[in-house]
Design a protein around this ligand. Sequence first.
Ligand SMILES: Cc1cc2nc3c(=O)[nH]c(=O)nc-3n(C[C@H](O)[C@H](O)[C@H](O)COP(=O)(O)O)c2cc1C
Length: 409
Amino acid sequence: MTVEISSPIRLACGVSVKNRIAKAPMTEGLADPMNRATDRHVRLYRKWAEGGAGILVTGNVQVDRRYLERPGNVVVDRNGGLEELRAFAAAGTVNNTLLFMQISHAGRQTPVRVNPHPVAPSDIGLALPGNAFGVPRALEHEEIEDIIRRFIHVAEVAKETGFSGVQLHAAHGYLISEFLSPLANRRTDQWGGSLENRARLLRRIVQGVRAAMGPAYPISVKLNSSDFQKGGFDLEDCLQVVKWLEEDSVDLLEVSGGNYENPAMMIGTRGKDEIRDSTIAREAYFLEYAKSIRAATTIPLMVTGGFRSRAVMDAALQSGAVDIIGIGRPMCVDPDAPNHLLSSAEASAVAYEQNISPSKAALGWFCLNIIRLADGKEPDREMSGMDAITAYLANEEATAAALEDYNIN
Ligand SMILES: Cc1cc2nc3c(=O)[nH]c(=O)nc-3n(C[C@H](O)[C@H](O)[C@H](O)COP(=O)(O)O)c2cc1C
């Protein structure tokens, strides 16, 4: 049988997905000053669910409001907010869509405007110019145990409030990814050193979530194929971690790569000027890595990064290395992108990232268009890169300033 983007797929937990397109997780920045979900999540996710994807993965939902990736993140702690989460889940599951909550802790990638004193496996700051991130403090053993409990609690709340599944964010340089990295994790206790120790936090969370959820609830993990840094978490490490995740009964693995120091998830792994020999090599950033991962595991693989044309998506599925195609940026401008891709073998999703200048404005540009969709507006396709940077920074500062110090940790 030929697998195409329209083919359904059944996960090991028994849940069926109606097709092979997933909206990749994208931070929304739409929470209220107590970091609860809002009507804007409801409007945005209904639109995305109507857009035809089999799975929508939320932007990261945080386990601890002190360590956000962005001031407008949703946090699940004792801030109430359960009714809001129920409304969010109801909207994101219309049209027979599965909605997975991505659960995360930002670790040392917590911006200074949220907290100048982040935590991490070790006290090693990000190797980035400027002062957008503070030097972290190394977590105590008891704090790590507390973080594990928080992840499990958030997963329980996700299930209780109607989310179809959870995704544990172990990629892109956030806390779990920092523990996996020999560069960020220099611990000498049971949480650092060997790969087995560096993967302990991830595995304890996965095992704890599985024990709490039972066998029938979908659990996904987003993992880097590699951090693409000398001496960092690499493909070999990834292949071993994936084998462990299979033992721990993960239902869906999202494959990505990179972190804030090397943002491969947004630009791929090749140099900008390198000639790329085929459309598939140009578009599908992590396909070659997915092939190696496929050889190591039978867990269904969602591969995210660069996919735009239906032809490349179908070819990736037919290669056998990819089971679900993740798409991110096109959904910020065209929430109906999955329906368009499903409607024609010649279809392509929009690729505005190719036109935004300077390229460092792109993240803000896409974030602002997510907010416009959430506010019921049309996306602003003409927004200049410079305008995007200014408006995005103003939005982040205002959101951070409005956060309530409600003193619940
Ligand atoms: C605006 C924006 C926000 C993002 N937020 C998240 C996030 O919260 N969690 C995550 O795992 N990845 C996040 N990503 C990365 C995407 O999931 C995806 O890996 C990346 O956009 C590459 O896929 P694409 O080429 O289809 O856009 C974000 C990307 C963008 C553009």
